[in-house]
Design a protein around this ligand. Structure first.
Ligand code: 13P
Length: 339
């Protein structure tokens, strides 16, 4: 593989004990939704200000080793004139880029979804690399209903993820492979486990077919949880179900599993990660995070779009990052939230 050495260096910089990934790659409609919740209009300047605030948080690099950015952000600058990818790297946080173009219905397969964006991907990746991105992210989404995802939907999504990952490795960017089985719905934890297992099996078969080097990728899966309208599960139950499915499906060659938060509350996501690390001491992979909402939510609420709130928002971000760092070491306790 042409870029093997470069990919190995990126994996080395991203996969480290007690450090995780911050997902700050919300698309235009999604960031507008997050800003609306704090009564802030989503302008280019506000998005720049928010993402600058994240990457200029002093000390964040102690807990965070990678940040996923959105295309627009790669070219934006912080107050002191550095590009946002450059500012991230001053904290030894590796900058990366979301490269998928979002989900659409899978034609002739009611209820199944599929993600688009493969056309011209190699050329786009070359441009992103010049702008400083060293890894990429692509998300496939699986909604759960009585009849979906269908076996055909699961195959189609796996094929997309594997093709994306192969293009990334060929172009020198580490792929984050993200198959997200949604927690929306009233399904129980067993149903979520069943779908997650089928999805992960299909994804790893497809990665193998497409010659993807498992050592040079990161998996970003959902935790196994009951649906949002079902009863809540205790962290020990979530951890046991999640590890059971991942051990059945994810080869030991994968260096790191970085969970998405997927709509869990910030404290819930940290407590579940802690239980996963407690029970997963013998697991072959690192068990870390790639949280979006669960890292950003409290900071957004402290910021409210105002310059004078930047220090408070950065403190809130740092606190969540540090608590998740402790959860990666299985040393988090709920009492720490009040400290
Ligand atoms: P959440 O942690 O908010 O689910 O976001 C992670 C992400 O990047 C989804 O693609």
């Amino acid at each position: 593989m042409q870029y093997a050495t470069e990919l190995e260096t990126t994996i080395h910089d991203m996969v480290q004990k007690g450090r995780g990934i911050l997902a700050a790659d919300e698309s235009a409609p999604t960031i507008a939704k997050r800003f609306r919740a704090i009564d802030v209009e989503s302008t280019e300047e506000k998005r720049r200000a928010w993402r600058s605030l994240l990457v200029t948080t002093v000390g964040l690099g102690e807990y965070i080793s990678g940040i996923i950015l959105f295309e627009e952000t790669l070219a934006q600058k912080t107050g002191d004139g550095k590009t946002i990818p450059e500012a991230a790297w001053t904290e030894k946080i590796v900058p990366g880029i979301k490269v998928d173009k979002g989900k659409i219905p899978l034609a002739l397969s009611p209820g199944d979804l599929v993600t688009q964006g493969l056309d011209g991907l190699a050329e786009r990746l070359r441009g992103y690399r010049q702008q400083g991105a060293r890894f990429a992210k692509w998300r496939e989404v699986y909604a759960i209903d009585q009849h979906v995802p269908t076996p055909h939907g699961i195959e189609a999504n796996a094929e997309m993820l594997a093709r994306y990952a192969a293009v990334c490795q060929a172009e020198g960017l580490v792929p984050i492979v993200e198959p997200e089985v949604l927690m929306d719905g009233d399904h129980d934890i067993d149903r979520h486990a069943e779908v997650t297992e089928a999805v992960q099996h299909a994804v790893f078969h497809a990665l193998h077919r497409h010659h993807v080097a498992l050592e040079l990728m990161i998996l970003k899966p959902n935790m196994v949880l009951p649906g949002k309208s079902c009863r809540r599960a205790e962290p020990d139950e979530v951890a046991a179900a999640t590890l059971r499915i991942l051990k059945r499906t994810v080869p030991a060659a994968v260096p790191s599993i970085n969970f998405l938060s997927g709509g869990q509350g910030p404290e819930e996501a940290t407590a579940n990660l802690n239980a996963i690390n407690q029970q997963g001491r013998d697991a072959p992979w690192r068990l870390s995070i790639s949280y979006g909402r669960a890292l950003q939510q409290t900071a957004l609420q402290a910021w409210l779009g105002r310059k004078d709130n930047v220090p408070a928002a950065q403190q809130a971000l740092l606190k969540r990052a540090r608590l998740n760092h402790l959860a990666m070491l299985a040393k988090y306790r709920a009492e720490m939230e009040a400290e």
